[in-house]
Design a protein around this ligand. Sequence first.
Ligand code: MN
Length: 207
Amino acid sequence: MLPDDKLSMDSNMAKFELPPLPYPYNALEPQISEETMHFHHDKHHKAYVDKLNELIEGTEYEKMTLEEIVQKSEGPVFNNAAQVWNHTFFFETLSPNPKQRPQGALAEAIDRDFGSLDQLAAQLKQAGVGQFGSGWAWLVKDSFGKLTVKATPNAVNPLKEGEKAILTIDVWEHAYYIDYRNRRPDFLSAAWERIDWNIVEKRYNGQ
Ligand code: MN
């Protein structure tokens, strides 16, 4: 690369980069199609990254981590920062070869707080279906280790409220409309099958 190119690149260097998908675009089929993953990652997730970089240029937020921006901003900066965080977290929750069931401390906490894994699935689905308009369904761990399911509107996430998210499903229409049209409940059931409990366990155990 020529020095001049390097300089011009540096002066326009975007602070945040779109993380690559952690698996091939078609790897979540048949539950989530390759086409959906291209739109969801390459268009929607990327748009939030690009917009965030545009909005924070020359502001105090340029010196902050993504998590700090989520916690300290409001309005358009918050919306885009939180959506960058939420999508990275969501895509990392899913896997082509998911661990099918939680074990250990997380499995015990799920039985304690929901009765069973099936009842957690039902509550998470209900939260996602019941979220009016765009938003997210979450499994959240509080500071005592207790688990709760919650839904949030638009870009809002548990991080904003000082809570630790360990699992999420995106229920914005762009997450499912190509594959499921208006059938959000079917998408939630399908996405559940792709949740990698190995990753959720690591988050629960604080790794
Ligand atoms: Mn989305």
